[in-house]
Design a protein around this ligand. Structure first.
Ligand code: FMN
Length: 460
């Protein structure tokens, strides 16, 4: 049976371009990212099209080698500048009614209690439409240096993230009972002191004795999302995530990653389908194949090897331009982002690609993989095949031209997806969690580790 895909938009507060620097195109508006009106216009467009949510990627890091700026990154607007998405969410929540929002926050930057309170407040202001993309931080070295901290080794960052999320769950689920809020003006009772409590956490990395100082919101815990498919990342996702963002590209590799995530959920005592896996993909659609192909070629013309290498270096710490172009990568591991390095190591008996081929592949496919090009019918044929092979639950639609790529998706692709039962025409579910899991409730399901921190039964 065909089920509708989860369809969401990938954005960040900066000049856009997933592959190449689209901001430089005369029709592109993404260089207006400092304008609130720019975001309001986009959010309204996405809601009108009934897309599920708008995701803001984020990082305090920037493309650098050994802490120094990479000139191509500054010149081409690739990874620099990059603003904080949190402040825009309230404005977008006010301008829309149903669109969901997912925001990245790294577990290596702010103390868990500060992050938990901000998401609890946003869950109120969005009326249950917020999700948290939990990352341990791409471009981790520059982010750590900016905060005056040492770079924590890759797998230990995930140990910390486990502890960080554990503490956050105690705050969200354990501080207030569902019926703690009384708000009886006549009796002068705001809340019942018997039903509000201090939580205690003494973990390997974080400690807290205190209160989530906000009454329960619709979802209590924001929808928990994770991105990054290293082995340790998947183990983390298996335990905590309700949705995972993975890079696209070779369908066999994506299928393995998705299976790995579902296996990790099972290993953590959860159902394999308790996690929705969304694949980052670009959709370049046109009224004719020629038009779509021309858009693709125009996009590639805005993508330089230097810009691609800068993004790769920022993510993995590996400077491809400094390596022998005729040899494969010798570095097999990194304390920065592993997923994009692992992509180019030989496996399953296949030889590893040469550095010159890696640069070219990264220049034309970018950081997150799949590119679907063609008419609406062509693109949906490709999507159907990709979903059949990979078992993906949906897509994160990456930016190329803003707003042109989205307009083309809405005009050409969405009607075909709908005609084939692959996209919803109307919003279902009140909260973001119910949007992704219509059979569930606004709260974390009983199978999630967060449910153990409830002091009283929550939800239906
Ligand atoms: C679609 C998608 C979105 C992502 N968004 C972010 C993000 O906003 N911030 C971030 O630090 N990492 C993000 N990542 C993850 C990084 O690319 C990188 O994989 C991760 O930070 C390093 O973890 P890993 O070593 O487990 O891969 C995203 C990945 C994908 C596939």
């Amino acid at each position: 049976m065909t089920s509708p895909l989860v369809l969401a938009i990938f954005q960040y507060i900066g000049p856009n371009g997933t592959i190449g620097s689209a901001w430089q195109h005369p029709d592109d508006t993404s260089a207006d990212f400092t304008s609130l009106q720019h975001w309001i216009r986009l959010a309204k467009k996405f809601e009108e099209a009934r897309l599920d949510f708008l995701f803001f990627a984020d990082s305090y890091g920037f493309p650098a080698m050994d802490g120094e700026l990479i000139p191509a990154s500054v010149r081409e607007g690739r990874g620099i500048p990059h603003g904080d998405p949190m402040p825009v969410i309230s404005a977008l929540a006010a301008a829309t009614e149903r669109l969901g929002f997912v925001v990245t926050a790294s577990t290596t930057v702010e103390p868990p209690a500060a992050n938990a309170r901000r998401f609890a407040t946003l869950d109120h202001f969005t009326e249950g439409r917020i999700g948290w993309n939990i990352v341990t931080g791409s471009s981790g070295a520059t982010a750590a240096a900016l905060m005056g901290k040492p770079l924590i080794p890759h797998d230990e960052r995930y140990d910390m993230a486990d502890d960080y999320v554990d503490l956050s769950l105690k705050l969200w689920e354990g501080s207030w009972d569902d019926d703690a809020l009384v708000r009886d003006k006549a009796a002068g009772v705001y809340a019942d002191p018997e039903k509000v409590r201090v939580i205690h956490h003494d973990g390997p990395y974080f400690r807290a004795d205190g209160l989530l100082n906000m009454p329960p919101s619709k979802q209590r815990t924001p929808l928990l999302v994770q991105a990054g498919t290293s082995g340790r990342g998947m183990e983390f996702a298996g335990k905590h995530a309700e949705a995972v963002f993975v890079a696209g590209g070779d369908p066999e590799r994506v299928a393995r990653n998705i299976q790995g995530i579902r296996d990790a959920a099972v290993a953590a005592g959860r159902e394999p389908d308790s996690i929705k896996v969304l694949v980052g993909a670009l959709f370049l659609a046109g009224a004719t194949s020629e038009q779509a192909r021309a858009t693709h070629e125009e996009m590639l013309a805005m993508s330089t090897p230097e810009g691609a290498a800068a993004i790769f270096a920022g993510n993995t710490g590996v400077d491809l331009l400094a390596l022998d172009p005729d040899k494969p990568l010798t570095q097999q591991s990194t304390e920065l982002g592993l997923s994009n390095l692992q992509r180019y190591l030989g496996r399953d008996g296949k030889p590893a690609p040469l550095v010159r081929d890696i640069i070219e592949d990264f220049r034309v496919t970018g950081i997150n993989g799949s590119v679907f090009v063609g008419t609406g019918e062509d693109v949906v044929d490709q999507v159907e095949e990709f979903v059949r092979i990979t078992g993906a639950d949906g897509f994160l639609i990456q930016p190329h031209m803003t707003p042109g790529t989205y307009d083309d998706f809405i005009e050409h692709v969405l009607p075909v997806l709908r005609a084939r039962g692959l996209a919803r025409s109307e919003y279902e579910g009140d909260t973001l969690r119910e949007r992704l899991f219509p059979e569930g409730t606004a709260h974390l399901p009983a199978s999630h580790p967060g449910a153990a921190y409830r002091t009283a039964p929550v939800g239906a």
